[in-house]
Write a protein of this length. Structure first.
Length: 430
């Protein structure tokens, strides 16, 4: 009996060791290779440009930044040319910039991060639930920890028609992406964990309008874009014929619809690579006359925004409006945001506040090209796989773990049977 228990114990230990090794190997990128030698910026630009040329099915704008300055760029299109000033629809990248608008109201003394959001809303309110709606705070909305279970994802509305009213969209989004519940409501205990919610940012859009007394787009232009000299960045839908708007393409290279959105704060931003570089630069100290924050936010607020507020699988993944992609070399994180929207819009911005290094990729025609390139940049810079790259390979990781565990237990069974047969033979021989 003691031998059996020892056999089972060793089997469990071997299985645990296998699972931990696969997990650590995936998270630390042990089998991953950088696309260019460490520190070789020209090599990275060349490799990234080559990947763009071979994989794009629409248009791509790419910029590499070091110490706050552009050191490389690449632009391609299968249609009208794009350049550093071309405006792209950027999906959920909108949320990072929207969070600046919220934090500006906090700095202005008009919002309390930890007050119930209901204190500020008069045009709409969360429906009753089994949970405490008063525990839904601005901080929790920013960090996707408010317990909202809408699952949004917005598909948008055809450009020739009307968009849904903001309050109606919060009640139930008519343009909810497939599989999304679409009702903005508290379905989990607020503060108990991370649950991504596009609806939470639509609530923040309404909050900004109510507190500022302006439309969301007008407030963001006045309070964020104008101080940062982001003259073309906008939450206002550019009509057909507007100059230098990047066309939208599907994965097959066909030209696609540019949809309109009610959910501007969550997914409605238009911006360019040049202006996203300005946004990154606004995080940096630029001489005594222009401190970090670009005159919009304080350095203390920027630091607070990139502190871990939400985690998943035991990993810190979210601050206030920003994704925490991977640890940097200074005890902080590479931060930024990605965006995906239909039919094949993908945007990715990564930035290391400790070095001023970053990457901007805006594109249409490929669902994940921008995210993959930005993930390559994080690994090239830090030697760590970023959280979105980790998520993309998580299914393969779990399959590898399961197959390995099955092999361990099968081998254990074979060994156990063999040992039992040997013992029986010795017993029969006696």
């Amino acid at each position: 009996m003691r031998t059996l228990f020892l056999h089972i114990f060793l089997t469990l230990v071997c299985g645990a060791i296998w699972a931990v090794l696969v997990w650590q190997g995936t998270w630390n990128g042990w089998m991953r290779h950088t696309i260019a030698p460490a520190g070789d910026s020209a090599g990275f630009v060349a490799a990234a440009s080559g990947a763009i040329d071979s994989e794009h099915n629409g248009n791509v704008a790419f910029m590499l930044i070091e110490n706050g300055r552009v050191v490389g760029e690449h632009f391609v299109s299968i249609g009208d040319p794009v350049d550093q000033e071309s405006l792209f629809q950027v999906g959920s990248l909108s949320k990072w910039i929207s969070a600046w608008g919220v934090m500006a109201l906090v700095e202005d003394g008009k919002l309390d991060l930890d007050a119930p959001v209901s204190r500020y809303l008069t045009r709409w309110s969360l429906p009753e639930s089994e949970f405490d709606n008063e525990s839904v705070t601005v901080r929790r909305l920013l960090s996707h920890t408010a317990g909202l279970t809408d699952g949004l994802g917005y598909a948008g509305f055809d450009p020739g028609g009307d968009v849904q009213a903001l309050e109606n969209s919060l009640t139930r989004a008519a343009d909810a992406s497939p599989g999304a519940d679409g009702r903005v409501r508290v379905g989990l205990e607020p503060g108990a964990g991370f649950e991504y919610s596009g609806g939470g940012y639509t609530m923040l859009q309404l909050l900004i309008e109510e507190v500022s007394g302006e439309t969301f787009a007008a407030y963001m232009k006045r309070r964020v874009f104008e101080p940062l000299a982001m003259q073309r960045t906008t939450y206002v839908y550019p009509e057909d014929g507007a100059p230098n708007i990047a066309a939208s393409y599907g994965v097959d290279g066909s030209q696609a619809t540019r949809f309109r959105f009610t959910s501007l704060a969550a997914t409605g931003l238009y911006t360019s690579t040049a202006e996203m570089v300005k946004f990154i630069q606004a995080h940096l100290q630029n001489g005594e006359s222009l401190p970090a924050g670009g005159g919009v936010l304080s350095a203390e607020t920027l630091k607070e925004m990139r502190e871990p507020t939400a985690s998943q699988m035991g990993l810190p993944i979210w601050g206030l409006g920003v994704i925490l992609y991977a640890p940097n070399t200074e005890g902080g994180f590479v931060i930024g945001h990605d965006g995906n929207d239909e039919p094949a819009i993908n945007s990715a911005v990564r930035f290391d506040p400790a070095t001023g290094d970053g990457i901007v990729v805006l594109e249409t025609g490929n669902e994940l090209l921008a995210t993959k390139l930005a993930g390559d940049w994080v690994y090239w810079k830090t030697g760590r796989i970023d959280i979105l790259s980790f998520t993309m390979v998580a299914e393969t990781m779990f399959v590898t773990i399961v197959v390995g565990l099955a092999a361990v237990f099968l081998l254990s069974l074979i060994v156990g049977v063999w040992v039992a047969l040997q013992r029986r033979r010795r017993s029969d021989a006696l």
